[in-house]
Write a protein that binds this ligand. Structure first.
Ligand SMILES: CC(C)(COP(=O)(O)OP(=O)(O)OC[C@H]1O[C@@H](n2cnc3c(N)ncnc32)[C@H](O)[C@@H]1OP(=O)(O)O)[C@@H](O)C(=O)NCCC(=O)NCCS
Length: 209
């Protein structure tokens, strides 16, 4: 989000109410947060930016990957970079004002109902009308503060802007519930490589009317 947008959103009476609500939670006078309050009030979001990945982003991306994946082994940097090189305009990091990488998303065009294999570089002929989300991860320290939501919204926005028909992904580590919040639905009887781990689900979201 641009600083100007942030200011417009946050300098409103509604935002002040949200700040008050958050203060009450910290003071123990309220049990639950208001919808959206955590995301808007969290310190990460006052300085955040979502930017396209560059060569210098990779150290931070690998650090987040290492923290985020316990159910499936991490992928080699060249494998991850092959997704980025194929489609740099659909790959992003979420970074703090000091350029610390707190989250990333890697997505690329795809042409099949079957997801690409894990641990392998992207095949050359992958162009198609599907935007495939290879990976979305947020640093353990920055979870539950709305960063995943902002990156996921960016993914859907970019898919619409670039006129893909759908966004496809494999939900791993029990993240199916997370994706259903964004409107993704499970594709039943899909063929998914076993390296995605147990309980992996293929999920799809149509983005064109
Ligand atoms: C899944 C992940 C990206 C979510 O990131 P996050 O920044 O913690 O998520 P947010 O704070 O933006 O949460 C957005 C909403 O999803 C909910 N949510 C977060 N993780 C969830 C999960 N695993 N299952 C169901 N809902 C979840 C939040 O409670 C929040 O709900 P609300 O809007 O109703 O308050 C993060 O947990 C992660 O990196 N996981 C490890 C990597 C991974 O498994 N990625 C999925 C690849 S398919």
């Amino acid at each position: 989000m641009l600083m100007e947008q942030w200011w417009r959103q946050n300098a409103s009476p509604t935002f002040n109410k949200r700040l008050l609500f958050a203060a009450e939670i910290r003071g123990g006078t309220r049990k639950r947060r208001a919808p959206q309050s955590r995301a808007l009030c969290h310190p990460w979001n006052k300085v955040m930016s979502i930017v396209e990945i560059s060569e210098k982003s990779w150290q931070g991306i690998l650090k987040v990957q290492e923290e985020a994946y316990t159910g499936v082994p991490p992928e080699e940097v060249d494998v991850l970079k092959s997704k980025w090189k194929a489609s740099p305009e659909t790959c992003f990091v979420f970074q703090s004002s000091s350029n610390e990488i707190l989250g990333y998303l890697l997505a690329h065009p795809w042409n099949s109902d079957e997801p690409p294999k894990l641990f392998e570089e992207l095949p050359r002929k992958s162009a198609g009308d599907t935007l495939y989300l290879h990976d979305l991860a947020v640093s353990n320290n920055a979870r539950e503060s709305g960063i995943g939501k902002q990156l996921s919204s960016k993914l859907i926005e970019v898919a619409k802007l670039r006129q893909f028909n759908r966004v496809l992904l494999v939900a791993v580590q029990g993240s199916g519930g997370y994706w259903s919040k964004f409107g993704f639905r499970e594709v039943h009887n899909a063929s998914i490589c076993s390296s995605y781990g147990t309980n992996a689900k293929l999920m799809s979201l149509n983005v064109q009317a």
